[in-house]
Design a protein around this ligand. Structure first.
Ligand code: CP
Ligand code: NVA
Length: 308
């Protein structure tokens, strides 16, 4: 009998809207379980392999702590120290690593590499950020919105800044969680055109942030220079100068609008120095929710992949 192929989480489109909502609700439950001090260890003797080709604070700490809290173990695999970083083919790495661990997360540059790894993996693979998508962050972001404001369905979100991996995942989230998304990116830094076109029913390009945020229930931004774009920093600072999120811009959104940023953030650039002190900012809840959302995601992929 052949073993069923594992479920992967490479983009938000890999789970159905029902499954994603199960993960969000479960994340909220797991947060309560942890707050109550209840020990819950469904993953005893299970191992998470964590492959990092880019830096991380939140993703590493949340996955590693999350796996430990669920009774399992996590191995940090930096490409600086593994044969993957010395050019061992992805197919060999995927076959070997997935024969020894139960679930794998990967942070790398090319999205294609994660797809290739997943295609040869015997166990679930989670995208922990590529140049194109950052779906785990969106689980935490939606959880945070739900906790503060209830369902995001039918709401309006505005993305301000670079048309990057986070912006792309917000487009997928708009589709899966059924909200409207305004995108305020300057010329030259627009998101993927095909993704915009395929979500044209709910994604609207409004390049001026002051116009885009009107009527929004959530405003989101991110660094102007993502990992791998360090050489472009100066040019990007000039291009994005009119795209800073600050309390004055937030005043143009809905009165109960929230502000999110996946972090790390650069004060004085994409946000003003006082933005995180504003009561509309929920960035630290958003960061903590990476822990709870990814625990729920791992539960889904390992324990319930066929049931929702
Ligand atoms: N938001 C996020 O993914 O943070 P890290 O780069 O610190 O993991
Ligand atoms: N867009 C950023 C997100 C960091 C979590 C980057 O890719 O560097």
């Amino acid at each position: 009998m052949s073993t069923p192929s594992p479920r992967h989480f490479l983009t938000l489109l890999d789970l159905s809207p029902n499954e994603l909502n199960w993960v969000i609700n479960r994340a909220i439950e797991l947060k309560n379980i942890r707050r109550q001090g209840t020990v819950y260890e469904p993953f005893r003797n299970q191992v998470l392999g964590m492959i990092f080709e880019k830096s991380s604070t939140r993703t590493r700490v949340s996955f590693e702590s999350g796996m430990a809290q669920l009774g399992g173990h996590a191995i940090f695999l930096s490409s600086k120290d593994t044969q993957l970083g010395r050019g061992e083919p992805i197919i060999d790495s995927a076959k070997v690593i997935s024969s020894m661990v139960d679930i794998i997360m990967i942070r790398t540059f090319s999205h294609r590499q994660v797809e290739e790894f997943a295609a040869h993996s015997k166990v679930p693979v989670i995208n922990a950020l590529t140049d194109d998508y950052h779906p785990c962050q969106l689980l935490a972001d939606i959880q945070t919105f739900v906790e503060h404001r209830g369902s995001i369905k039918g709401k309006t979100v505005t993305w301000v800044g670079d048309g990057n991996n986070m912006c792309h995942s917000f487009m997928n989230a708009a589709k899966q969680f059924d909200f409207k998304l305004n995108i305020a990116c300057p010329d030259g830094y627009l998101p993927n055109a095909a993704l915009m076109a395929s979500n044209a029913d709910r994604v609207t390009l409004i390049q001026n942030p002051k116009h885009a945020v009107v009527g929004s229930h959530l405003v989101v931004t991110d660094t102007w220079a993502s990992m791998g774009q360090e050489d472009e920093k100066k040019a990007r600072e000039a291009a994005f100068v009119n795209h800073q999120v600050n309390p004055q811009l937030m005043d143009l959104a809905q009165p109960d609008a929230l502000f999110m940023h996946c972090l790390p953030a650069y004060r004085g650039l994409e946000i003003s120095h006082n933005m995180f002190d504003d009561p509309r900012s929920v960035v630290y809840d958003e960061a903590e929710n990476r822990l709870h959302a990814q625990k729920a995601l791992m539960e889904f992929l390992l324990l319930h992949p066929q049931t929702h």
